[in-house]
Design a protein around this ligand. Structure first.
Ligand code: DUC
Ligand code: ZN
Ligand code: ZN
Ligand code: ZN
Length: 484
């Protein structure tokens, strides 16, 4: 059986041109004029683009006393509905749990996925066992990224000695460290102070995590990565302070990437103020939403190339779950949804406004992250031989986002009432048509795990690379020359 996408305009990270695309056996087999196939998908007036890759999701994750409400079934269904054809979720060992043990849990959960997926491995504690298992994770399991939390003190947070040890191990294994960059010690202090002063509502969550805690941690992680000689990927970059550290590092020749979320690009801190408790609590995530200046900085970074990827950190909790934090904002489960809405929101607020081009849209939603994760051009490309993970994007299709019509399992949507223009007419996951004329046709279990081999990239920063690797003079005896 062959499928042909006819009369569309192909848009990749580099090129825009008219051609048909032929799909067979889950792969793109031909690109050119006047192709024929058994099944015909009409792309007249549409863009044919690589399906979105969301490298930052938390599906059915045990967190803050509960589980995130979207699992691999509802989560990947939401993804496909909005044009995302691959997700990378975080396998999260509880401190003390082995990495391979945690991976087994994620293997079990992910069997219901409707689209392809991969995992990042989180390092939530440090030991010889963790050091050893990292090698198996990379070399046998095909996972080349390790995530580190610099916040969530007393739970997931790792300290600087552990960061340096793990980053150095990543360097040996050809893996890339990821960081959630917030200064967890300062967040804990500010939270305690706010609570002691009787400030226990959801807006205090934002006060407890000012941009400085993110800027400091981002800079610290960059410097530690530089000393370990390893690249660094900074998840959910939300503010100018963090963006500035990333920009400076890149300018100095460091291989550092920043990932703003669609939520931070389109929603601001006013969501927390003068709103009812539920409205604000539903938007509690870390880092919190920022003001317009920070938003402008993120948009500018996408246009200038100092920020590389737009993700969601999809971590959805119901209103009932959010209410665990009534009377104590530190108990509100952190997280917001966005999987289904990332592409339409970015198109509407990015491409339709002229902030980014359609080619840049493809770069930041798919191609850049495929390259960073070492799965390009199998993913993130419209090329012969690539997986047929494709979207036929109709720039004239419109809708108003609402929880009533969403795929996600929760009872609200942080983008409720937002009008989007630009939606998938068709979404193909390895050749299978999962969205047909805007209607979702999911298939549980269609998704496969995508192995990501080790990556040869190193951080060749000019600032410290030579200094760290060059032979240095050593006074071997350690005894003063005069003798004592
Ligand atoms: N931030 C969130 O808001 N949720 C999940 C984890 C995280 O870092
Ligand atoms: Zn995080
Ligand atoms: Zn409201
Ligand atoms: Zn996250």
């Amino acid at each position: 059986m062959t499928t042909v996408i006819k009369n569309g305009t192909i848009v990749t990270a580099d090129l825009t041109y008219k051609a048909d695309v032929l799909v067979e056996g889950g792969k793109i087999t031909q690109i050119g004029p006047d192709l024929k196939g058994d099944e015909v998908l009409d792309a007249t007036g549409c863009y044919v683009m690589p399906g979105g890759i969301d490298p930052h999701t938390h599906l059915e994750m045990p967190f803050m006393g509960t589980y995130s409400a979207d699992d691999f079934e509802s989560g990947t269904r939401a993804a496909l509905s909005g044009g995302t054809t691959m997700v990378v979720d975080f396998a999260l060992p509880s401190p003390g749990q082995g990495l391979l043990d945690a991976l087994q849990m994620w293997d079990n959960k992910s069997t219901r996925a409707h689209c392809d997926y991969s995992f990042h491995m989180a390092i939530t504690w440090w030991s010889e066992q963790v050091f050893d298992e990292m090698k198996t994770v990379v070399q046998e399991r095909g996972i080349n990224t390790f995530k580190h939390f610099m916040a969530y003190k007393g739970a997931l947070m790792v300290n600087d000695d552990e960061l340096y040890a793990s980053f150095s191990r990543c360097a040996e294994l050809g893996a890339i460290p990821l960081v959630h960059a917030e200064n967890g010690d300062v967040v804990a202090e500010l939270s305690a102070k706010l609570l002691a002063a009787g400030n226990n509502g959801p807006e205090a969550h934002a006060y407890s995590r000012p941009p400085q805690v993110e800027g400091e941690a981002t800079n610290r992680a960059i410097m530690i990565a530089d000393m370990a000689g390893v690249p660094l990927y900074v998840v959910h970059t939300s503010c100018e302070e963090s963006h500035e550290a990333i920009r400076r590092a890149r300018q100095q020749g460091k291989r550092v990437w920043g990932e703003p979320l669609i939520q931070h690009l389109t929603l601001d801190e006013s969501e927390y103020f003068d709103k009812d408790w539920d409205h604000a609590a539903r938007r509690v995530m870390s880092p919190p939403f920022r003001n317009k200046q920070h938003q402008d900085s993120l948009w500018a970074g996408l246009a200038a190339g100092s920020l590389s990827v737009v993700a969601t950190d999809h971590c959805a909790f119901t209103t009932d779950q959010k209410r665990y934090g009534v009377g104590d904002f530190t108990k509100i489960p952190n997280g917001t949804g966005g999987l289904e809405d990332r592409l339409p929101m970015l198109w509407t607020h990015g491409v339709n406004t002229g902030r980014i081009t359609p080619n840049e849209f493809v770069a930041v939603t798919s191609t850049n992250i495929a390259k960073i994760l070492n799965i390009y051009p199998r993913k993130g490309a419209v090329l012969v031989g690539a997986d047929a993970d494709l979207i036929v994007w109709d720039p004239l299709r419109e809708k108003t986002i609402s929880a009533k019509t969403q795929q996600s399992a929760i009872d609200y949507n942080v983008f409720e009432g937002k009008h989007v223009k630009g939606l998938p007419r068709f979404t193909l996951t390895r050749g299978r048509v999962a969205v047909h004329d805007g209607e979702i046709r999911p298939k549980e279990g269609h998704g496969e795990f995508v192995k990501r081999p080790a990556n040869g990239a190193v951080n060749r920063a000019l600032s410290s690379w030579k200094e760290l690797t060059a032979p240095r003079p050593v006074q071997r005896s350690g005894i003063p020359a005069s003798g004592v």
